[in-house]
Write a protein that binds this ligand. Structure first.
Ligand SMILES: NCc1[nH]cc(CCC(=O)O)c1CC(=O)O
Length: 301
């Protein structure tokens, strides 16, 4: 009987996500043992600098991938949003599970809508993607850099005297935050990060047993959508220090995917949608990347 070692960051959200995957696996494979191994990443250790200054959110993922390569763990559970477009050759994404709510949410101190926030209201986020899109909807808003895990960021509404913070709906939901001062931003006007809301299970390519097991929890629809988004990201060579996003969804027999790229100052924002047969997801992601480049995406970045 095999014991499967699951590597996770030590944050509350990462641990909840690892538990979600273990529960899914346990349903199909109760005969195995599952153990969480906590890994403290550089991104978790350095909290006083914005992510783009210390090398991007790929930091969170890299050390966990190293643990996989060193055979210290067997399975890494990642927020797909945090994964760089390219991974080490020896590793493979064995499964992407069903996507949670992909939207971003404004958590507003005094419940109201984006439209009703006071003039020059202060919003906490260090994400360029969130900053430029918020400013395009309300150019008077004042952005304040904040970092830390979800709980810390929420508490900064009070400790930093902010009017609101903006976070991913998926993380809030998984941590059990339910609040009536949430204002959801529609994906049509506010493009999520590539992979937002989806969890990925990464393993060593050589681990055929675990690969087979993971097919049981793979969600084909989410897998195709997220892989198309990531193909787009790869063409744009996008890190997290640039305002970039993409969101794909199934519409009938088609995959429809919208990308957003903006200049870092938010002066220009480019959006484009590509559609195609759902099974041709990689082609659609490629076409989307090529079209965005043709429209000038690389000059913006
Ligand atoms: N960058 C941190 C991170 N990575 C994934 C999520 C949310 C969960 C998800 O998108 O699956 C979050 C928190 C946030 O941005 O609000």
């Amino acid at each position: 009987m095999r014991r499967i070692r699951i590597g996770s960051r030590a944050s509350e959200l990462a641990l909840v996500q690892a538990e979600i995957i273990i529960e899914m696996l346990r349903k199909s494979y109760p005969q195995y043992e599952y153990e969480i191994i906590k890994i403290k990443t550089i991104g978790d250790k350095i909290l006083d600098k914005t992510l783009s200054k210390i090398g991007g959110k790929g930091l969170f993922v890299k050390e966990i991938q190293t643990a996989l390569l060193n055979n210290d763990i067997d399975l890494a559970v990642h927020s797909m949003k945090d994964m760089p477009a390219e991974s080490p050759e020896e590793l493979i994404l064995g499964a992407i599970t069903k996507r949670e709510d992909p939207r971003d949410v404004l958590i507003i101190k005094d419940k109201c809508s984006l439209e009703k926030l006071p003039k020059a209201a202060t919003i906490g986020t260090s994400s360029l993607r969130r900053k430029v899109q918020l400013l395009s909807l309300r150019e008077d808003l004042q952005m304040k850099d904040i970092r830390g895990n979800v709980g810390t960021r929420l508490s900064k509404i009070d400790t930093e005297g902010l009017d609101a913070v903006i976070l991913a709906a998926a993380g809030l939901k998984r941590l059990g935050y339910k609040n009536d001062n949430f204002y959801y931003l529609d994906t049509e006007v506010f493009t999520p990060a590539v992979g937002q809301g989806a969890l990925g299970c990464e393993i060593r390519k050589s681990d055929e047993e675990l690969y087979k097991m993971l097919q049981e929890i793979n969600h084909k629809e989410t897998y195709n959508c997220v892989m198309a988004e990531r193909m787009f990201l790869k063409l744009l060579e996008g890190g997290c220090h640039i305002p970039i996003g993409a969101y794909g969804k199934k519409v009938g027999d088609d995959l429809s995917i919208t990308a957003m790229v903006a200049s870092p100052d938010g002066e220009s924002i480019l959006r484009h949608t590509e559609k195609g047969n759902f099974e041709e997801y990689l082609d659609i992601g490629t076409r989307l990347g090529e079209e965005m480049i043709r429209l000038g995406a690389k000059e913006l970045l």
